[in-house]
Design a protein around this ligand. Structure first.
Ligand code: C5P
Length: 219
């Protein structure tokens, strides 16, 4: 019943990794498959929402009825998300956005030499933080991939980024990235819940249901 809260709502979701170019043929990236974000998009669409999925490079096929926006870099993802966030009712940031990009990507392929090479990295914009800071913006949901003190770190991130809800998962050996099963600790200002361990598709449905209930509760 709580999922009715998502019917006809505009839901914006990020997924996948970002790619940060070093030169025309090389990039920095991470192991994100996009599975969690795509599964959330599917669950939200099934709940009757109008879903836009802004995704970094992923082998996955967008669920039926979902509008897919493909991006490569964090800056492109930031631009595409911020262009749509004010009109959204709910924003879920499931992308594994690269924290840094190469300061000055080379125009031509970098040649091999016998000496050490150094890459200067500069911080990327924090998409989730910027959406959460919008006045009159959407209900914002973030993820936190943690290797330790999962709940404490996630609660700090919830407060620090000004989120409405955060879903934390353990990453590391056989957990989190590029695997199908997951456990989530979900936290909000005055509550928490544990989802799983279960396949990411089931976790996604349960998370959407929980978000629907929070949307109902907060009006
Ligand atoms: O701070 P941290 O990277 O751990 O936060 C993770 C959460 O923030 C995820 O929801 C991720 O999608 C989002 N994020 C973002 N833009 C960034 C970095 C993280 O939207 N540049």
């Amino acid at each position: 019943p709580s999922i009715a809260a998502l019917s006809d709502k505009r839901v914006l979701i990020t997924a996948g990794p970002t790619r940060e170019p070093i030169d025309p043929v090389r990039f920095l990236a991470n192991r994100s498959s996009g599975r969690m974000g795509f599964a959330i998009a599917e669950a939200a669409a099934r709940a009757g929402a109008q879903v836009t999925l802004v995704t970094g490079p992923s082998q996955l096929t967008a669920p039926r009825g979902v509008t897919r926006v493909d991006v490569e870099t964090a800056e492109q993802m930031h631009r595409e998300v911020l262009a749509r966030a004010a009109q959204a009712d709910l924003f879920i940031a499931a992308a594994a956005v690269a924290d840094y990009r190469v300061a000055a990507p080379a125009d031509q392929k970098v040649k091999k030499t016998e000496t050490a090479q150094h890459l200067e990295l500069v911080p990327n914009p924090d998409i989730l933080r910027d959406v959460a800071a919008l006045s009159d913006g959407p209900f914002t949901v973030g993820f936190a991939a943690e290797t330790q003190a999962i709940v404490d770190n996630a609660r700090r991130k919830l407060t620090d980024k000004g989120l409405d809800l955060i879903a934390a998962n353990a990453v590391g050996e056989q957990q989190g990235f590029d695997v199908s099963d997951n456990t989530l600790q979900v936290l909000w200002s005055d509550g928490q819940a544990t989802l799983g361990p279960a396949p990411k598709t089931q976790i996604a449905s349960e998370l959407i249901e929980l978000i629907g209930a929070r949307l109902d509760a907060t009006g």
